[in-house]
Write a protein that binds this ligand. Sequence first.
Ligand SMILES: NC(=O)c1ccc[n+]([C@@H]2O[C@H](COP(=O)([O-])OP(=O)(O)OC[C@H]3O[C@@H](n4cnc5c(N)ncnc54)[C@H](O)[C@@H]3O)[C@@H](O)[C@H]2O)c1
Length: 371
Amino acid sequence: MQNAHDIVTEDLNDICQRLSPVLQEMNDSKLLITGGAGFLGYYLVQVVDHWNRQFAGNAKIALTVFDNLIRGLPQWLAEIEARGGVQLVVHDIAKPLPADMADDFTWIIHAATIASPTYYRKHPIETMDANINGLRQLLDYLLDQKQRGMLPGGFLFYSSSEVYGDPEPEAIPTAEDYYGRVSFTGPRACYDESKRYGETLCVNFARVHDLPLKIARPFNNYGPGLKITDRRVLPDFARNVLAGEDIVMLSDGSPTRTFCYVADAVVGYFKVLVKGGKGEAYNIGTETPEISMAELAQRVVSVGKALFDYQGSVQLATSDESAYLVDNPNRRCPRIDKARKELGYDPQIDIDEGLRRSLIWYKDNAEGTEA
Ligand SMILES: NC(=O)c1ccc[n+]([C@@H]2O[C@H](COP(=O)([O-])OP(=O)(O)OC[C@H]3O[C@@H](n4cnc5c(N)ncnc54)[C@H](O)[C@@H]3O)[C@@H](O)[C@H]2O)c1
């Protein structure tokens, strides 16, 4: 059977191949990723590292990560740092930018925030600060670059499908021009509203100052890098499978989502960064299949059975956290025509294959601190 290393290597090769023209445009320049120690950082950083080692020759992308390491320093990142593949700066993005920060980043990806609902409900103010104050400081940095005559290549703000809230049935699948149906005071509002305001900041900075600001709205990414203790649904299910326990579903199983394997999504994010329109937002996810949590749990059972002879079944339970399901969207499913047409974004990995790769990765990454 394959192991986690095989899965990640296969994904990195595939991503670099699919992104070759895009990454070539970034050769010989400086890239900053905020929040690069997190789930999406796992592939964003490793793609650049892999590209540099395998394909870039002498025209490497110089990579810097800012992260406050609120959830610890992951071993994979420590290893890349130790061999000089990344400059890691421990920095809280809500605070003023480091005084010695290089003034010539060509590309910036702003992914730093707390992104897991369980944790952002616990730390709502830090969540808003990273998305709003952190973003504002990075935009001022770009403006300063422009005033010094330097033309930035591109800036990617990580928004979220949560900007749409709980769409009316007729707005499913949801396109980028949907206004959203969002609570601005509920337990998820710290996240949803700061992403919405962040987008408003980007759109207006792009218009007023003519800056190349792009926005991605991820729809339920999953796969390698998403810590088993993250409290999002798939790592929770994987934890049950690997412990040989029944899968515990903390809802009645009816809410639906489409799930996008991280390797597909990361191809989309680099395309948005490099090829996206100024001030434009793109849904990044998959359109099909839209499945209920109950169906997702059943698929995880089947994949677990095929891989590890897992014998568990699915149990319903109630979360200890009273706000767990408050304002939880009933359905979430994107239209991705805009990214397909403008960026050539085309997700390839179907849900069962994505679950297979994920469970193999979790088998070798079954330990994680609770944070
Ligand atoms: N993964 C998804 O499916 C998904 C969906 C929608 C939106 N997003 C967005 O994508 C981005 C990345 O998400 P992720 O899933 O990798 O999240 P994650 O929680 O796994 O990683 C976020 C990283 O940001 C760091 N961080 C948090 N606050 C910080 C601060 N103030 N200063 C510096 N670093 C800080 C954390 O230490 C962590 O390493 C986030 O902006 C998130 O809102 C992700």
